[in-house]
Write a protein that binds this ligand. Structure first.
Ligand code: IPE
Ligand code: IPE
Ligand code: MG
Length: 272
């Protein structure tokens, strides 16, 4: 009568000491297979405001804490030999936020670029940005351009910061530029194929992301890299961005390594 009815669900809910949750950071890192790591990780860094709220802190405190997560992502990518990291820092839609939050965010961007510059250079990080940057305040834009120039010769990690970015706008800009070139006779309609369009994107010299991480429990793309994410593995976690540190990244990478990337094919045909 007291016998426990074991369903899949109760079975799954039991605390299993072998689950990844129980493992230390070192044990998690040891489980990574170097050959199966993503070459390019994209991150939608979300949940800064919700991190600050229960602490009775202003939203900007969450954004500030989020910078520590950015630093840690850069360090872990460098350690693991992951060559490209693209982070969504500010969307074009984010211009619709209260003026005060926008100006704090722009101030934080300047602070990050001014204080982090020498460390990025030391680490061999090339920093670039994507988005309609002409909307940025001129002082922020100057810091961005200076950081891009000063790191242009580096290539250990390609760090791309999406700022005032919109995936649809990126496609609009690509089509415009392509039509200009067509008008000048540089290409014909039949020349347009996927690789040609890729060459007109802001990300023309980056491979498509292998893994997209979005923090904070939202399961949407929010206008990020619409073209590039066609076959990217998506990883959603409830962890808020300021709490997303080394351990959470390792968990995401281990989950990525469990996935079968089929690209529309059947598995038996993949090796042929
Ligand atoms: C992400 O955190 C950072 C930006 C969009 C600039 P949010 O500011 O969106 O934080 P939540 O989602 O409101 O918690
Ligand atoms: C997406 O987060 C943009 C960035 C992380 C920069 P948002 O918080 O702006 O996205 P929504 O509004 O939840 O879709
Ligand atoms: Mg948000």
């Amino acid at each position: 009568m007291n016998k426990e009815i074991v369903t899949n669900r109760t079975f799954m809910n039991r605390k299993d000491p072998s689950t990844l949750d129980q493992l230390s950071i070192e044990e998690l890192a040891a489980k990574l297979e170097p050959d199966l790591l993503p070459k390019h990780i994209a991150i939608i860094m979300d949940g800064n405001g919700r991190w600050a709220e229960p602490r009775n802190l202003p939203r900007i405190a969450g954004h500030r804490e989020g910078i520590k997560s950015v630093r840690e992502m850069i360090t872990v990518c460098l350690e693991l030999g992951i060559h490209a990291l693209t982070i969504y820092a500010f969307s074009q839609e984010n211009w619709n936020r209260p003026v005060q939050e926008i100006s704090s965010l722009m101030g934080l961007l300047e602070y990050y670029l001014s204080t982090e510059r020498s460390k990025l250079i030391e680490q061999g990080v090339r920093l670039r940005t994507i988005g309609r940057l002409d909307s940025l305040p001129s002082s922020a834009l100057q810091w961005v351009r200076a950081a891009e120039q000063e790191t242009a010769h580096l290539d250990k990690l390609h760090l791309t910061i999406a700022l005032s970015y919109s995936g649809r706008t990126e496609l609009v800009d690509a089509v415009r530029e392509l039509l200009h070139d067509a008008q000048e006779g540089k290409l014909q309609p039949d020349d347009v194929d996927e690789s040609r369009i890729q060459r007109y994107l802001y990300t023309h010299d980056l491979p498509d992301p292998d893994l997209l991480i979005r923090t904070s429990g939202e399961t949407r793309i929010s206008n990020f890299l619409l073209w590039q994410l066609a076959y990217t593995e998506l990883y959603f976690t409830p962890t808020l961005w300021p709490d997303f540190r080394r351990r959470e990244l390792l968990l995401a990478l281990l989950e990525y390594q469990r996935r079968e990337r089929r690209f529309g094919r059947v598995l038996s045909a993949m090796s042929s």
